[in-house]
Design a protein around this ligand. Structure first.
Ligand code: SAM
Length: 310
């Protein structure tokens, strides 16, 4: 795809009817886009990392590259017990949850031809929540009727998620498992919707990770990925403000160089046979303390795509 075509594609993907400030005045220069298309992610570890002894992780075989980044796994294992502390390090995800669920409900109801106003619109559909953490997304998806599999590379996260889900008969049906997307691909698992929110910035190779997400998506199914843009605004807000000024997150939670721009995410998804249909931003209003869906994809954003038929 040429730089011009890519830019035009992204413009049309941002939520219909909304204008994306990122592209106002044509702020992207062509050589920058050229770099995006030729980026090979050689700055991230490509070899299969060894599993830390304390967390017996599934080791990928030679056919699939592991998505695991040992330092990230260690970091999330250390925070596992705080998943359901609404005032803890995962507070931003708790506060953002209703907004991202609104986007998921709206796009997936449209995708699967379901009534968004019914109580359990996802009844009969199989979803996988990749990198589910303590289950703060898996649980509401199960309440909306989906048959949910929640997977995470951190064993402690899965224990916490299971424990929490067991307190409610509806969520106790969630199938939690300590594994990775590439491992599920080896098992030839397929899902109607594959959802990976705030995970891709923590994996070893985003392009390979997207290939696994694509392989897990049934033909005609949907894939949703949210992450943080590699923009200066994201550096200022998601790292400096969130980690150093407001102390919402422990320092070092995010590495700016691991973020992907919307252009990069669209490219790697398209190369993985996922056709991106829509993108939206999530913006935080410091006055109300609330998040909302926006056309502004300069910091937090989500992409929804469909699996091309095989
Ligand atoms: C920022 S949290 C997001 C959790 C959840 N998706 C949400 O948005 O509420 C990232 C999660 O991804 C998990 N993770 C990191 N690398 C992973 C990998 N390669 N495969 C599966 N899970 C991974 C971490 O253990 C952590 O729980």
């Amino acid at each position: 795809m040429s730089s011009k075509h890519l830019l035009t594609r992204i413009r049309t993907l941002v939520r219909p009817g909304l204008q994306c400030p990122l592209f106002k005045n044509g702020c992207r220069n062509p050589s920058f886009l050229h770099e995006l298309q030729t980026r090979d992610y050689s700055d991230v570890p490509q070899q299969i990392p060894a599993a830390p002894a304390s967390n017996p992780l599934p080791v990928a075989n030679s056919r699939s590259k592991s998505s695991l980044k040992p330092a990230e796994i260690k970091k999330f294992a250390a925070m596992a017990e705080t998943w359901w502390d609404a005032e803890g390090p995962f507070k931003p995800l708790h506060v953002m949850n209703p907004t991202r669920l609104a986007f998921i409900r709206s796009t997936l109801c449209r995708h699967f031809g379901k009534d968004p106003l019914c109580a359990r619109p996802f009844k009969g559909l199989k979803f996988v929540d990749v990198g589910c953490g303590g289950g703060i997304l898996s649980e509401p998806l199960a309440r909306m009727g989906a048959t949910v599999t929640g997977i995470d590379a951190v064993k402690k996260n899965i224990k916490i998620a299971q424990l929490h889900a067991d307190s409610d008969p509806v969520t106790s049906s969630i199938d939690y498992c300590c594994t990775t997307a590439e491992k599920l691909v080896e098992e030839q698992r397929k899902f109607d919707a594959v959802i990976a929110l705030e995970v891709i910035e923590h994996v070893a190779d985003p392009a390979e990770f997207c290939k696994s997400l694509s392989a897990l998506t049934s033909s005609g199914g949907a894939t949703l990925i949210s992450t943080i843009n590699r923009s200066m605004r994201a550096y200022a807000t998601a790292i400096i403000m969130a980690e150093y000024v407001l102390h919402w997150l422990p320092r070092g939670t995010h590495q700016w160089s691991s973020f992907l721009t919307p252009e990069e995410l669209v490219l790697i998804l398209e190369r993985a046979s996922i056709s991106v249909k829509e993108m939206a931003g999530f913006v935080y209003d410091p006055l109300t303390g609330q998040w909302s869906i926006s056309d502004d994809i300069s910091v937090n954003f989500i992409a929804y795509g469909t699996k091309n038929s095989e």
